[in-house]
Design a binder for this molecule. Structure first.
Ligand code: DGJ
Length: 730
């Protein structure tokens, strides 16, 4: 068991392979956080509370002046009882009071992990993979209760936390804030790491020192967002890629979130992560419960890289589901950047012909195949065929593509409706809107109100019909605007604050239904690229379109930033045309290929317009990817040189789990003549193995490659990019 309750000391000791997370019941009432340390055998109180009287720190009735909630590290703090830091939960009772306690009542420990009703979450496949502790807290006056849940993996340095709030009283309670977890740290000598950016510039790592007061990130956009990813980490000062203490906090949620660190007067740090309290409220009637999303917490004593690999393994193996979880992915050609809206059957089939001759596996038909959609001004919601473009229908097109040896995939954007659509004309109140106010448009579209049962049923039925109408092997599920006027026609005034979260529950319900009904479809999520690249979506769809920015150099930032949390198997990466359509930059085809091979690989350019040598190079890239994709998608990923440390050169590698094979990719982001020599030290190899570096035709020891390194060519001599494949030399 990875969880122990030491009754005589009233101590909970949670053990991951390398860490100890310790809590203690203080005064029989308060569940206090002792710390999250490198693994110890037993906690005997070495850092025991030596509470000293502090001015302006109130004392609960009956306790001495040395005891104050303002100083106590707590697992799930409330407000109004003496702790002036960020509370984990806020609620208002019928009489208007917002003051309550959550005191220890009882607990349970059991093997395995329970599912979270209606929400995506990590899971176990066998009970011996993890153990779960549930601690019940309750307010003695109102009987508002909270069950804190901790799942501790036996073989992973992971603790997953969530909270279920239950109203055991007789009156309704208005919840204002429910964090998934609150974690107190003694001391604040940490840097805060966040993954921030914008559309086409997602997940750029940003590191800053903690300082007094609150700091953090959030999304109020109705999606986890391009701007801030639902992840933060605390990095001990001086820690880096390969050394030092790192604590990661990744929220399994796709909507509005907040992740805050508050440094208090005594330099302790409180991390609070959960649904954003902005525009949130939830009425809990007597007997009802509210389930928070899950927060996946990882502790590493060996730097950021080790934290990343723990997340990669967990998310790839126990968050993603379905047949593609463990399966290599098809190499795709997507017609978006090749044709945009301007296509017909002939053009698509010509593109498919070229793709087939390059060894590509799947043809994906992007936006523009339905309704009257010739640009982005109409037809979202009208999921029936565009007769002018595809007179033979989807079945005919897919059939012809299948005959060429390619599987067929399709783009949809189900959560949206265009004002110029039959759906909107028939159901103008089916979108999020505020009665009496004009709605705001984004990319000419409105957002459907997924909190409504009728909208959800319509979408499930309509999409099921589309997905059954042809041999569809892949679906790209897009979402191209953020939410405004987040209110619904159907609910009471108080209910409006529930709509943001009810939308997410509605979306998750639709995805659950469709992914179960179509288990053989490979679903890829997308929101203008990586605008909803979060663990919530990965639960339903094992890969995400990483970014609308397909420029190879921009992609290095984006992909390596994404790799801080998310596995390579979740990143869809395509080679596109030059000059690049997003930033106008021209990069060599070899570099574009090498960078896109960092994830689930494909193309998104007009193959009918490339030269014969380029086409041969593309065919060679596809063949190469097929040799290395198992290592890239399912191996251990190591960042060797990060662009946020050195924007002139980047390198990364993947090593197969049995360490017999590896792929190393290097890119000179700044092409310089006569530049200093780079000797690149590799990581993650078996020191006792000898590896043949195929491209060099020579074998070296694993220890040698890691301690000494490998001399790289000059950037310009290799078109500023090189990829090595290593295989164990017997
Ligand atoms: C945004 C996506 O990220 C693109 O790849 C493409 O599918 C367009 N939407 C289509 O409208």
């Amino acid at each position: 068991m990875s969880i122990e309750f030491i009754h005589k000391d009233q101590v909970f000791h949670l053990r991951t392979p390398t860490s100890s997370y310790i809590m203690r019941i203080v005064n029989g009432r308060y569940v206090s956080h002792v710390g999250w340390f490198r693994r110890i055998r037993q906690w005997n109180g070495a850092n025991d509370l030596s509470l000293q009287e502090r001015s302006f720190s109130p004392n609960p009735a009956g306790s001495d002046r040395g005891f104050s909630l303002d100083i106590l590290s707590q697992e799930y703090p409330t407000a109004g009882r003496g702790d002036f830091r960020n509370p984990a939960i806020e609620a208002v009772f019928p009489g208007g009071s917002a003051v309550f306690d959550l005191l220890y009542k009882c607990h349970r420990i059991f093997p395995g992990k329970s599912a979270l009703k209606g929400l995506p979450a990590t899971y176990t496949e066998a009970d011996d993979e993890a153990d779960t502790l549930e601690i019940d807290l309750q307010d003695p006056l109102s009987l508002l209760s909270a069950t804190l849940s901790y799942t501790v993996w036996r073989d992973r340095d992971v603790i997953a936390r969530s909270v279920r709030v239950v109203n055991r009283g007789t009156d309704a309670v208005a919840l204002k804030r429910v964090m998934s977890a609150s974690i107190d740290f003694e001391g604040s000598d940490f840097d805060l790491l966040q993954l921030s950016g914008a559309h086409c510039r997602e997940r750029h790592p940003l590191r800053r020192k903690l300082c007094s007061g609150s700091q953090g990130i959030e999304s109020r956009r109705g999606a986890s967002s391009h701007q801030q990813n639902p992840f933060i980490a605390l990095l001990a000062s001086g820690s880096d890629e390969d050394s030092g203490e790192v604590f990661g906090f990744s929220l399994v949620y796709s909507g509005n979130f907040s992740a805050t660190v508050e440094v208090d007067q005594f330099a302790s740090a409180r991390v609070s992560v959960g649904i954003n309290p902005y525009n949130f409220g939830w009425t809990l009637e007597s007997g009802q419960s509210f389930q928070s999303p899950e927060l996946v917490m990882v502790r590493s004593s060996a730097g950021l890289g080790s934290m990343s690999r723990t997340y990669h393994d967990l998310y790839r193996e126990r968050l993603c589901r379905g047949v593609y979880r463990d399966r290599i992915r098809p190499v795709v050609i997507n017609n978006w950047e090749a044709t945009y809206f301007d296509f017909n059957e002939k053009k698509l089939l010509a593109l498919a012909d070229e793709a087939a001759s390059c060894g590509i596996d799947m043809f994906v038909l992007d936006d523009g195949w339905f309704g009257k959609r010739d640009d982005d001004k109409s037809s979202l919601g009208d999921w029936f065929l565009h007769g002018n473009k595809l007179p033979g229908g989807l079945m005919n097109l897919a059939g012809q593509i299948n005959i060429k040896g390619l599987a067929f995939g399709l783009w949809v954007e189900p959560e949206m409706v265009s004002p110029d659509s039959d759906l909107y004309r028939a159901h103008p109140l089916w979108c999020l809107h505020v009665k009496g106010r004009e709605g705001s448009l984004g990319r000419n579209q409105l957002v459907l109100d997924l909190s409504r049962d009728d909208v959800r049923s319509y979408l499930v039925d309509t999409l099921a019909e589309v997905f059954s109408s042809a041999p569809i092997a892949y679906v790209k599920w897009d979402m191209n605007r953020h939410m405004t006027e987040v209110e619904s026609d159907l609910v009471s005034p108080e209910g409006q604050r529930e709509i943001s979260h009810r939308y997410m529950l509605g979306l998750y319900e639709i995805l659950e239904t469709l992914t179960i009904r179509f288990p053989d479809i490979l679903f890829e999520s997308c929101s203008g690229g990586g605008g909803r690249y979060d663990p919530g979506m990965l639960f339903y769809m094992p890969q995400t379109w990483t970014s609308d920015n397909t420029d190879a150099l921009s992609r290095i930032w984006i992909q390596l930033g994404t790799s801080i949390v998310y596995p390579s198997s979740s990143m869809a990466c395509h080679v596109s045309a030059v000059p690049n359509h997003q930033n106008g930059r021209t990069t060599p085809l070899g570099m574009r290929g090498n960078v896109a091979m960092g994830g689930s690989f494909g193309y998104e350019l007009d193959l009918t317009g490339v030269s014969a040598p380029e086409k041969a190079e593309i065919a060679a890239q596809v063949a190469r990817y097929k040799k290395i994709e198992g290592i890239v998608l399912f191996g251990d990923m190591y960042r060797l040189r990060n662009p946020w440390r050195d924007p002139t050169f980047s390198a990364w590698m993947s090593v197969s789990k049995d360490r017999t094979e590896a792929v190393v990719t290097c890119v000179w982001m700044l092409s310089e003549a006569n530049s200093p020599l780079i000797i690149l030290r590799l990581k993650g190899l078996d020191p006792d193995f000898r590896y043949l570096v195929e491209e060099l035709g020579r074998a070296y020891g694993g220890d040698e490659l890691m301690a000494v390194g490998i001399t790289l060519p000059q950037g310009p001599a290799c078109d500023n990019s090189v990829q090595y494949r290593l295989t164990e030399a017997k």
